[in-house]
Design a binder for this molecule. Structure first.
Ligand SMILES: [Fe+2]
Ligand SMILES: [Fe+2]
Length: 151
């Protein structure tokens, strides 16, 4: 819980940066939409903490630090290149896959412990992460990678 709470906050800070440099307007819009959802993910996690009677505290998550660091490297390396969006998509999907894995595990644990409210909150976020991942896949298969290949 502390791990994903830290991670969601980190993602919240990173998405605007990715949206700012993204070239395609669809990708910009996707990042902006998910930034809004991510705000809710933070709020929902606070609800889960409350449901289990704990204070919402984050703990540095090495996995998300690595994933976002790689994203920052991509932004630097592909700055001004037509492949930038393809790189951003890859970085964003790595983030979503990380979140899907964490939320899947937490949901299972909450379910085993019979924490119905927590399960519901975690489920809502999990489905948004999955939707985002699918939307990014769709973008990757369409315009963004085509542009990179043409370059
Ligand atoms: Fe999230
Ligand atoms: Fe996400």
């Amino acid at each position: 819980m502390k791990d994903i709470y830290f991670a969601e906050k980190k993602i919240l800070a990173t998405l605007p940066k990715m949206g700012k440099v993204a070239q395609s307007s669809e990708l910009k819009a996707a990042f902006e939409k998910h930034r809004g959802q991510t705000e809710e993910h933070v709020t929902r996690l606070e609800g889960v903490f409350e449901a289990i009677g704990k204070k919402p505290v984050g703990k540095t998550c090495a996995a998300i630090m690595g994933i976002t660091e790689e994203g920052a490297e991509i932004m630097e390396e592909y700055n001004g290149s037509p492949s930038l969006d393809a790189g951003l998509l890859a970085a964003a999907q790595a983030v979503e896959h990380y979140e899907i894995s964490r939320y899947g595990t937490l949901r299972t644990w909450a379910s085993e412990l019979g924490l119905t409210e927590a399960v519901n909150l975690l489920d809502l976020t999990l489905s948004e992460e999955k939707e985002t991942d699918a939307a990014l896949t769709e973008l990757a298969e369409s315009a963004v990678n085509v542009a990179a290949e043409a370059a």
